[in-house]
Design a protein around this ligand. Sequence first.
Ligand code: PGA
Length: 245
Amino acid sequence: MRCVVANWKMNLLYADASNFCTEFAKHYTPAEDVRVAIAPPTVLLWTIHSQLRERGITTFAQNGHFEPKGAFTGELSMAQIRDAGCSGVILGHSERRQMFGETNEALVKKVHAAQERKLLPLLCIGETMAEREREQTFSVLQTQLSVLKGASRGPIWVAYEPVWAIGTGRTADTYQIGEAHAFIREELRVILGEQGGSVPILYGGSVAPQNFEQILSVPEVAGGLVGGASLDPMAFAQMVKIAQS
Ligand code: PGA
């Protein structure tokens, strides 16, 4: 199975999202073994869900809180995310870690809360350039993956996103991707046992139609988490096609 996930971050308005759905639908043919999800800003979740669910496209939230309800102004519970039609939630994106103080401790609870509500957690991990230069890539990945210890046996996806490749137009090279994904696979096996062998590991960081085929050819790469290039319906449809071929 391959997975292609669009992460729209804080981009697009209602009219853009609606236009995206119309354009994307024209160029998209579902294929059984390729899962396609879009993670729009929260206010656009219903737009995407209502317009694309019949085409088999699922929606993911970009974040969620671990508490089931209460006085947490500005947050969304996993139950609310599920209620808005989502089947998954992106957790631990580096922008949330770096700009909003998301910690591995909070992520342990978020993974648990998502799974309890039958939402698929897409856990993002990745090193900064400074960490790579200090040769800490593997230890950073190991710590970030450790939040999955104690996760239940429900489905989980992981995205390897080197922070220095996000939004920079600079992808990791195939050697770097292969090495990281092989390491992540081994760690997942240690943490999750047999299930760890089949968790899809996506790559993210400046994925685009021009480089996606090459990235997908790397062993243990099951798909892409796409930011900037996913805002264009034609480019996103092209990447889905690449994953299907
Ligand atoms: P990018 O973002 O494709 O714009 O680099 C990827 C991501 O942050 O998930």
